[in-house]
Unconditional design. Sequence first.
Length: 422
Amino acid sequence: MNWIERDKQSIWHPFTPLLGVDDPLYIKSAEGVYLITEDGRKILDAVSSWWVNLHGHAHPAIAKAVAEQAASLEHVIFAGFTHKPAITLAENLLSILPDNQDKIFYSDNGSTAVEVALKMAFQYWFNKGDVRKKVIAIDGAYHGDTFGAMSVGERGDFTKPFNEHLFEVEFIDFPTPENESKVFEHFKNIIETEEVASFIFEPIVQGASGMRMYNEQFLDKLISYAQDHNILCIADEVMTGFGRIGKLFACDYISSNPDIFCLSKGLTGGAMALGVTSCTKEVIEAFTSQDLHKTFLHGHSFTANPIACAAAVASFELLTSPTCRVNLSRIEQKHKVFHAKIKGHPRIKDIRYKGTILALEFFTDKDSSYFSEMRNQLYPFFLKKNILLRPLGNLIYLIPPYIITDKELDKIYDAIEEFLAL
Ligand code: PMP
């Protein structure tokens, strides 16, 4: 039996058919921007394996940090103990997050970083003797697969079987230049009439719903209004964080500072899963009293795993290097030129870019949902050309590792043009 046959007998891959292929590909190793199969086929990972591998695969500095940490302290429970990688990483993150961020809380992945943020915000009010049930979120959002994260996300194909079990959320429409004033009125009305605990959002770019971008000044306006009414603002930077949209954080584009940040994905540069929720001093103070019942009752076995934190410290060094800054603007510049070249193509409904993201939406007379027929066309077309792009209905996007070369970007753009010429 080969690896795929063995895989089929023992592993459930519910996502694979959604991509328009029957079986997963067996990957033997990965290096730089490439995933390598057993027979030596090299696939250009233009989505950083779902927005994770910031500096490519198996980066020597990250691999070294992981190996050294594994050999000295691989794990210790984070209740009653602490360690150097966790402390160093927390200090590093606080040095780049907005000044109002006071403490780092560790968890395991993006969804749990969001769960923690939501629980923090609910309990913040509870500890103050004020039970607030409502959260405001933006239509089309994706914040993760766990129940709290699903509650504040788009109620669609992904949540249908669970909708009755999700908590109550007030959704505002996705902001566009045409509807901003209406959305703002709705937002104000919710805040004035409901007991709102928090406002959660993907800042500037909604990732999983198709790299949809909205106006940063408008986001600023929403946050300022919510904060003027003492509502905790949660920036889910799981996708946008760590340079993805040009600046270190999406919130670096705005002037107000959210109260809580959720981070994951690029945090460790892809070597390990790790989640972070940071918050202000004011939030922390609601939990620190003599009454133990008021402490934050949330903890995971793998919280602040030393190997994951060490990988994140190594990734942070790479991220904050001058080389990385140069790469970020180089990629954005390349996207800009390509955008100018193909915009207006009759098959393109919309094309947008920001930082390292480039997304193309195609005209289709068919269903453009996640389950659309177009997935059977898009993903396999690029994969045959040894390029991994992410399809979403009638849309495809790239979000490459920062080490991708101009030549490799050109290869992707050429393939897109070939697809357009079909
Ligand atoms: N928040 C956002 C904005 C995300 O894009 C994602 C993942 N796509 C998550 C949360 C959930 O992260 P994870 O997949 O690590 O649970």
